[in-house]
Write a protein that binds this ligand. Sequence first.
Ligand code: F6R
Length: 261
Amino acid sequence: MEIVILPDAATAAELAADAVTALLDRTPDAVLGLATGSSPLPVYDALAARHDTGRISFARARAFTLDEYVGLDADHPERYANVIRRDFTSRVDFAPDAVSGPDGLATDIPAYCRDYEDAIAAAGGVDLQILGIGTDGHIAFNEPGSSLASRTRIKTLTRQTRIDNARFFDDDIDRVPAQCLTQGLGTILEARHIVLLATGQGKAEAVHQLAEGGVSALWPATVLQHHPHVSVLLDESAACRLQLADYYRQAWAAKPEWQGL
Ligand code: F6R
């Protein structure tokens, strides 16, 4: 796991955008994994800006999102399918139907989740997965207690996650759906490169556990310690509890720039 401590979210976003750009230069029909939430927004802004200048095209790429609330109406502004379209995919040149996400209105949820897994596999798997991390250590909506081998399924959100996300629902926790569909930890681990972004002190404990804690279902993101290619991009606040921060800085400073993430 490579930990990169950066001055601010914008610098982290440019680095993540560099990784996406390099991937699409090499593999124009790459498969991207997209997260919603606040953490990746500067990355999406950076990618949209590069698209506007003609530096990058998503015309042959495909994308899969991580998760979706169960039960929100198709036109609800906080439905993740609508959020990712608004925040990113409608701002660039993905082909129609190139972006897929779990359907929180599916009727046969187990069958639907199997089909979603099959669709990711049929696309050749995810080449680069963008992730955020919850204050409780979740990735996608794999809440504490999730099986480290889990696949796409329905999950109940923790009270902490509903409190954290109430800001998108007029600060009313009762309006945050109680359940979601989410890719599993086993699903996420199959992505070839994972780029996780975390900013702000609220993420500091989760980031410390992710990088330096024991692998445990109590902090689901710790499963990423088993993945061979994870880049963790942090600002100073999110990095403030890292025991080995000096070493991570030293290793990043010593890395030749051409290597990228
Ligand atoms: C969203 C997702 C979640 C968020 C996490 C952090 O698709 O998968 O795991 O990444 O809750 O959210 P933010 O970035 O809003 O702090």
